[in-house]
Structures are given as C-alpha cells and as structure tokens.
Design a protein around this ligand. Structure first.
Ligand SMILES: Cc1cc2nc3c(=O)[nH]c(=O)nc-3n(C[C@H](O)[C@H](O)[C@H](O)COP(=O)(O)OP(=O)(O)OC[C@H]3O[C@@H](n4cnc5c(N)ncnc54)[C@H](O)[C@@H]3O)c2cc1C
Length: 396
C-alpha cells in the first residue's frame, strides 16, 4: 500500500500560525486566572457535589467546544454534512496539539469526539452520522461508553447485558460499571447481547442508547484518589429504537474493535499526553532549571513525549503502523506514571501537602496514573494485542 503524500510544509506552517493566532486571541494561558484545563478533573466528597461539578465541567467545556466550532476549528476533517469541512486529517491533529498548550479542555467530550466518529464512519448509517455528529462538534452532547460489566472487563466477549427484540426496537436490561461521565452523558455507545447466553463474540451488537430514557439508573462510584470519576449504570427494560443499531445484528464485536482502537489511539495521543510541557513549567516554577537532576528528569520526559509525537504523526500521515493504538496507549500510560513520579521527586516534601497549588495537580495525576493502565484496556491486554496483531505471534 502506498502512503498518501505528505502535506506541503508551507501549508502546515501557515495553518499552524492561523490556529495559534486564534488561540492567542481567544484562549486563557495555562496557570492564569481563566485557566479551565483541569475543570474535568472532578474531585468531590459527595455524589451530589460530584454531579454539580460534572455539570459545571460539561457547561464550561461545551461552551469552549462551541467556540472552536464557530471559529471553524472543530472536526475539520469530518464531512460537511456531519458538521466538518472535508479538510485533511493532519489539521485536526494540529488543532489538538495547539489546544493542549492552553488553559482549556474538551476532555468531557473525549468519547464523543474520538470514539463516536470512528464508530459511525466505520459502521454507522448515513442517518446516524448526520443525526449524532453535528451536535457533538457544537459541544451539545457528551457521550459515554457502556462496555464493562462486573463480570466482563478485559473479556468483553463475556458481556451479559441483554437486548431483546420488542415493538420497533429492543429492550435492554443489565448492569454496566466503570462508566466515565455517565451522569452527564446524553447518549451512550452500548454493547449488549442479542444472541444466546454463550454466543460470545458472535452474539454481541452495538447500539446508541439515549441516557435520558426511562430505566437508566446512574450511580456514582468513589475511587482511591477521593474523586468520583466512574459510575455503575443499571439498565432496566430500556427502549432502543431500531434505528439505534450500529452495524448489523451480531456485528458488535467488529464495532467494538473499531471503538477500542480509536480509544487507545486517543488516550495515547490525546491532550493529556502533553505532561512533559507541564513538567517543564514545574521545573521553572521551582527555580530548578539549572539543577542537573531536574534536567535529567525533564529530558527523559521530553524524549518519551517526542517518541509519542513521532508515532502519532506517522499514524496521522496515513502510514501503516502495526498495532499503533495499543503501542501509543502503552507508551502513554507509562509516560503519565513516570512524569508524575518525576514531579513528586522535584516537589519533595511539598508533594505531601494536598492543598499546595503547585503540588495539587501532580498529586491528582499520580493517583490517577494507575487508572490509565486499566482504562481503554489494561497494559497486559495491550501487550497481548501487540504480540498477536502487531508481531503475528501465536495466540496463547
Ligand atoms: C480511568 C478509567 C476509565 C474507564 N472508563 C470506562 C468507560 O467509560 N466505560 C467502560 O465500559 N469501562 C471503563 N473503564 C473500565 C475498563 O475498561 C476496565 O477496568 C478494563 O477493561 C479492565 O477490566 P476489569 O476492571 O474488569 O479487570 P479484569 O478484566 O478483571 O482484569 C484484572 C487483571 O487481569 C489481567 N488480565 C485479564 N485478562 C487478561 C489476559 N487475557 N491476559 C493477561 N492479563 C489479563 C488484567 O490486565 C488485569 O490486571 C474504565 C477504567 C478506568 C481505569
């Protein structure tokens, strides 16, 4: 397969300059009073406070997504009838990279902006694309993923949530767990069993589930950092119309593979992968720029990030990179952990003071780092996929 032509370097530079000029005029700088880059990091002692903070985060980041859309910088590579501009994919990448340097966030829309388009462009109908994608670009609808279950995490083929045919669609009953942003999501990508109990992969189908429908019960879960991030979602006879089926009946596994590949690539390449830049900020704030030990820690972080960037550019330029999603996700989860560790070393005793403004974001990152090794498929599962699909090793 021949690779697509590289974009002209002058085009790339001109586009970058235009995007950067817009950010300079419109976005708050990191660390200044208007900075809302951490607004999605909800840390609440009660479920009510969690809901209030999440609603606030959705409002703030949704308004920012709307500004990006109005400026013509949202979903540039998406087709026009889906709200985009038919521009080349590298432009989306350039906007994301510029955005990561500013005090802004669209993280509440991660599933909506990264996973939903991959799924709908790969498997959805034209009607589904033109219905669901434009409101996402305008920052109107947060989405979540209803995949994991108490007995089916890594082994999603064992999912037991059941979709039974009913008048005009399906009735869905079951329990999901570890669902990020379920409390403020308008829609979910749902994996449910439409075949018999033991049909495994062949018995799964994928649906769009309207989270506002009767029978959806979202219950927040508290994690070790003290923050609520996840939810359990109980589904009791929830109606999904016929038009909500994505791909064919029993084709859920193929849809899921697309969804997980885009999630892994998004986690590995998302704006959160820019932690070396933030570590550099910490080094300067601590006045440690001339300290050789700090330079070593920072240098290692910059190299890890550069490797991630190079991998992402190869993928964005259309090069065929085997198991790219699992490789970037694995590199990123390691990068996040090592960079948080480096920050703890630099902060020293300040790292034990949770309300120290310099330390607080890094403590949160440190406590969240183990979660990154699990979300979107665990490190062990990424290694299995790299071995089997990337290196062609035999399945164990
Ligand atoms: C930050 C975060 C966000 C998340 N968001 C969502 C979400 O929005 N929606 C959603 O549906 N889920 C979400 N999850 C859940 C996540 O997808 C699961 O936790 C993950 O897939 C692992 O499943 P499990 O927790 O059931 O662990 P298990 O599958 O029970 O795994 C337990 C351990 O066994 C290992 N293991 C299992 N199978 C194998 C194997 N074949 N080979 C080698 N080792 C193996 C695993 O690596 C792990 O260490 C999220 C999780 C996190 C941490």
């Amino acid at each position: 397969m021949s690779n697509p032509p590289e974009p002209d370097a002058a085009d790339r530079r001109a586009f970058r300059a235009r995007v950067r000029a817009w950010f300079v005029a419109n976005a708050p700088r990191k660390g200044t009073p208007g900075d809302f880059s951490a607004v999605h990091v909800v840390s609440a002692d009660t479920a009510e406070d969690y809901h209030a903070q999440e609603t606030h985060a959705r409002t703030v980041t949704g308004a920012w997504q709307r500004r990006l859309f109005d400026a013509g910088f949202a979903g540039r590579s998406w087709p026009r009838d889906c709200g985009g501009q038919d521009a080349p994919a590298w432009q989306d990448d350039a906007v994301a990279e510029e955005q990561a340097a500013w005090g802004v966030s669209t993280k509440m829309f991660a599933v909506a902006l990264e996973m939903v388009p991959a799924v709908l462009f790969g498997h959805g109908t034209h009607h589904q694309r033109v219905t669901y994608l434009p409101p996402i670009l305008r920052g109107e609808h947060v989405w979540c993923q209803l995949l994991s279950e108490p007995g089916a995490g890594s082994d999603l083929a064992g999912a037991q949530t059941k979709a039974t045919p009913t008048d005009g669609g399906w009735s869905v009953t079951g329990q999901k767990v570890w669902t990020s942003n379920a409390g403020c999501a308008r829609y979910a990508l749902l994996i449910a069993r439409t075949g018999g109990k033991d049909t495994r992969h062949a018995g799964l189908s994928c649906f769009v589930l309207d989270m506002a429908h009767p029978g959806v019960d979202v219950r927040p879960l508290r994690q070790m950092s003290g923050a609520y991030h996840f939810n359990e979602v109980f589904l009791d006879d929830v109606f999904v119309p016929e038009a909500g089926l994505i791909g064919g009946l029993g084709e859920g596994w193929a849809v899921l593979k697309t969804m997980l590949a885009s999630e892994r690539a998004a986690i590995g390449g998302g704006t959160s992968a820019r932690s070396a830049t933030q570590l550099a900020g910490l080094v300067h704030r601590l006045g440690a720029a001339d300290d050789p030990a700090a330079q070593d820690l920072l240098g290692a972080a910059v190299i890890r990030e550069r490797v991630l960037d190079l991998l992402r550019s190869r993928v964005a330029a259309g090069h065929d990179v085997a198991a790219a999603g699992p490789v970037t996700k694995l590199l990123y989860s390691e990068h996040a952990r090592l960079t948080a560790d480096a920050a703890m070393t630099l902060l020293g005793t300040a790292a034990t003071v949770t309300d120290d403004p310099l330390a607080a974001p890094w403590i949160e990152r440190l406590l969240f780092a183990p979660g990154l090794r699990l979300g979107g498929g665990t490190d062990e599962i990424q290694r299995n996929v790299i071995a089997e699909r990337g290196l062609g090793l035999p399945r164990r």
